[in-house]
Design a protein around this ligand. Structure first.
Ligand code: NAD
Length: 413
């Protein structure tokens, strides 16, 4: 079967009349690694898990993308997400390309020591293919700043101290202030730019806007908190264990404060709120639904249950192509993942720049630069889409055009 890029990219190639010569280079990854990661578990027995790193494109700069620990990760997933990173970094105009990593393991089944071992084995296995100017991993689902510290340590033991090998590190090891909140905050900034465009008053200016959030990890929790602080009513939240609904608005800071030591939402006491299933925030009556957990949570089978007029794609690929088409044909505004969740990679870029220059910006500077970039990219997408056009198509067109232009400029000799 001939290689194909994602449906969204193929559609953009057709709209932009990208020549096969360039499209073909974007239909397959530059490099794909599948690696075996053996480690000795806490019970003294050898276990083996499988890891992947797919480097899609480095035409605009070093490969860049997160590392995910999740039981369902496979090469196809990582391939799709690596391609998505190429479009995301191009859309927000960072000098990076696209990559993604994954390990098919349930991080909740591992102790802290076992997670560290898996991270170390991963870097040892893919080490020859990465570097601070070659490929720079970052956190994603199931990994965090601690995982990045272990990757940094494993890489630095071989190559000498190299903080630029990962982003999303602890601040004490050269991480950037503002990185933890960046993706969630960026999503809300993109949303506010769209609200301004459609003439809807922001809560900070007196408007009443409700939002429902699926996923209460890095992206979902910080987006919910940012929304709450800015005056939105956060009417539903969920994590893998289940969730809560309150039409009056949930007290997110109180809930967040109660989630210590890996607590899950179902175990909490949330006065006045009704318990709901993990999927339910996607279906509640809210102005905005923010899927911030897994991909493909809204598909042809459940799209008719989604009634919100705005979908803010916090997760990567939370909508299938079919579902997205149905929603857009109903007039729903879909703020696409490559824009809505680009805040993380933007601050990753800031972290990499600070590392390269051996300096640290204060948090206010990081957040101001983040807000400016996301708002500018959102305005560009809105302009490109024109009146009533698809933001998803507009974002893809801008991104693909930038990547193809870089290929033209770099030449093919
Ligand atoms: P995370 O591991 O920190 O959190 C994931 C959350 O989703 C957890 O609360 C988990 O309980 C919940 N969850 C898992 N399965 C669920 C289900 N079936 N129903 C409801 N909730 C469920 O991950 P994250 O970093 O917040 O990433 C979430 C998504 O955002 C992923 O798609 C990731 O690729 C994407 N993303 C993350 C970043 C980032 O900076 N962290 C950047 C861009 C995109």
């Amino acid at each position: 079967m001939p290689a194909r890029a994602s449906d969204a990219a193929e559609a953009a190639f057709a709209r932009l009349q990208v020549s096969d010569e360039f499209a073909d280079r974007l239909r397959t990854a530059h490099r794909e690694l599948t690696v075996q990661l053996p480690f000795v578990g806490d019970d003294g027995r050898m276990r083996v898990v499988t890891g992947f790193r797919v480097q899609h494109s480095n035409v605009r700069g070093p490969f860049k993308g997160g590392l995910r620990f999740h039981p369902t990760v496979d090469l196809d997933d990582v391939r799709r997400l690596a391609e998505l990173m190429t479009w995301k970094t191009a859309l927000v105009d960072l000098p990076f390309g696209g990559a993604k990593g994954g390990v098919s393991v349930d991080p909740r089944s591992l102790s802290a020591r076992e997670r560290e071992l898996v991270a170390r084995r991963y870097i040892e296995a893919i080490g020859p293919a990465i570097g601070p100017r070659t490929d720079i991993p970052a956190p994603d689902m199931g990994t965090d700043a601690t995982t990045m510290a272990h990757l940094l340590d494993a890489y630095s033991r071989i190559h000498g101290y190299e903080p630029r090998i990962v982003t999303g590190k602890p601040v004490e090891l050269g991480g950037s202030l503002g990185r933890t909140v960046a993706t969630g905050r960026g999503a809300i900034v993109a949303l506010e730019t769209v609200l301004d465009h459609v003439g809807r008053t922001r809560p900070s200016q007196g408007g009443d806007v409700t939002i429902a959030v699926q996923g209460f990890g890095n992206v979902g929790q910080h987006a919910a908190l940012e929304a709450h602080v800015r005056g939105y009513r956060v009417v539903a939240i969920s994590d893998v264990s289940g969730g809560w609904h309150d039409a009056e608005g949930l007290d997110i800071p109180v809930i967040e404060a109660a989630m210590v030591g890996g607590a899950e939402l179902v175990g909490l006491d949330v006065p006045g709120a009704t318990p709901i299933a993990a999927i339910e925030p996607l279906y509640v009556d809210a102005d905005v639904v923010l899927p911030a957990a897994l991909g493909r949570v809204i598909d042809a089978a459940n799209v008719d249950r989604v009634i919100a007029p705005i979908i803010l794609e916090g997760a990567n690929e939370p909508l299938t192509e079919d579902a997205c088409t149905v929603l857009e044909s109903r007039g729903v505004t879909v703020i696409p993942d490559i824009l809505a969740n680009a805040g993380g990679v933007i601050v990753s870029f800031f972290e990499w720049v600070q590392g390269a220059n051996m300096l640290a910006w204060d948090e206010a500077e990081v957040l101001a630069r983040l807000d400016a970039r996301i708002a500018a990219a959102t305005r560009q997408v809105l302009r490109q889409a024109g009146e009533g056009g698809s933001l998803r198509e507009a974002a893809m067109d801008l991104a693909v055009r930038r990547v193809v232009r870089a290929m033209e400029l770099r030449g093919n000799a």
